[in-house]
Ligand binder design. Structure first.
Ligand code: NAP
Length: 247
């Protein structure tokens, strides 16, 4: 019975854990970083907390008898993805990446694409000010702290611990959202610009459709590079099929 370690923190990771748990040919362990106070837990065995870098993860793979490693972390969690690639190479454990497809602009979208969150903050700094909605996550909000000309609606799962922009409102929510609810939120808060990472997936994409309908500018942070040479699949079902094929 191959033992699969799923590096998670995403809906796709939870879905893969469910598929593997239901299949008696596998045992599965999910891993979460422990960033969120009340995480959505996957079914089955779960561990929480860092491994201690690539060497810690490699040691864990050996101690726990992991046969296959699946990196199903968020597309912006680049450190753990790099660690997974290094640990897999060092230990000889096969690694599969589960990477949800990114969003692409469609007709009517007004996107400004930037390479990083600080670059998104610089785009706003160059504009005269207004009302922006931030959906880049708790860890990146501090990048906007110096922007005094802007009022921010900051949507986060847990409250940020960093410095915040002088004029803001915190909205604690984790979705999923509907186009209708996103349209109402953007309109009621008179949002001029939406700032988002290109996270991809369906759970939080309604904001893009709502922004399109309302003619709102969207600053989209492109994904960081992924480690080279790691095979990748786009869905939990595809990851499961690959694991079954290799088992
Ligand atoms: P990161 O910067 O890539 O990783 C920082 C450190 O956190 C890693 O070096 C590792 O610690 C630990 N870590 C990360 N993911 C882990 C996991 N699944 N299991 C065990 N340890 C993990 O990660 P991040 O951007 O802070 O994201 C943390 C978690 O939140 C990820 O699991 C990700 O899937 C989820 N998430 C991230 C975002 C985002 O925008 N970044 C959005 C939604 C969900 P050690 O080096 O000590 O092993």
């Amino acid at each position: 019975m191959p033992r699969v370690l799923v590096l998670g923190g995403t809906a796709e990771a939870r879905e893969l854990a469910r598929l593997l748990l239901e299949d008696p040919r596998f045992t599965v362990l999910s891993s979460l970083a422990g960033r969120v106070a009340n995480p959505r837990l996957p079914v089955g065995e779960t561990r929480i907390g860092g491994f201690g870098g690539p060497s810690g993860l490699a040691a864990f793979l050996a101690e726990d008898g992991v046969d296959v490693l699946v990196d199903a972390t968020h597309p912006f969690a680049s450190t753990i993805s790099r660690n997974a690639a290094l640990a897999a190479e060092a230990s000889g454990v096969p690694l599969l990446a589960l990477v949800r497809p990114e969003w692409s602009p469609v007709a009517g979208d007004q996107w400004t694409r930037v390479p990083t969150v600080p670059a998104a903050a610089r785009v706003l700094a160059r504009r005269e000010g207004g009302r922006a909605m931030l959906t880049t996550g708790r860890q990146d909000v501090g990048e906007f702290a110096a922007l005094e000309a802007w009022w921010f609606l900051i949507r986060v799962v847990d409250a940020p611990s960093c410095a915040l922009p002088p004029r803001h409102e915190l909205l604690r929510d984790r979705g999923p959202y509907t186009v209708e609810s996103e349209r109402t939120l953007l309109r009621d808060n008179r949002i001029d610009v939406l700032v988002t990472k290109n996270s991809g997936g369906d759970l939080v994409s309604a904001k893009l459709a709502a922004a399109r309908e309302l003619g709102i500018d969207v600053v989209v942070v492109d994904r960081p590079e992924r480690p080279a040479g790691v095979p990748a699949v786009p869905t939990a079902a595809a990851a499961y099929a690959r694991l079954v094929g290799d088992a």
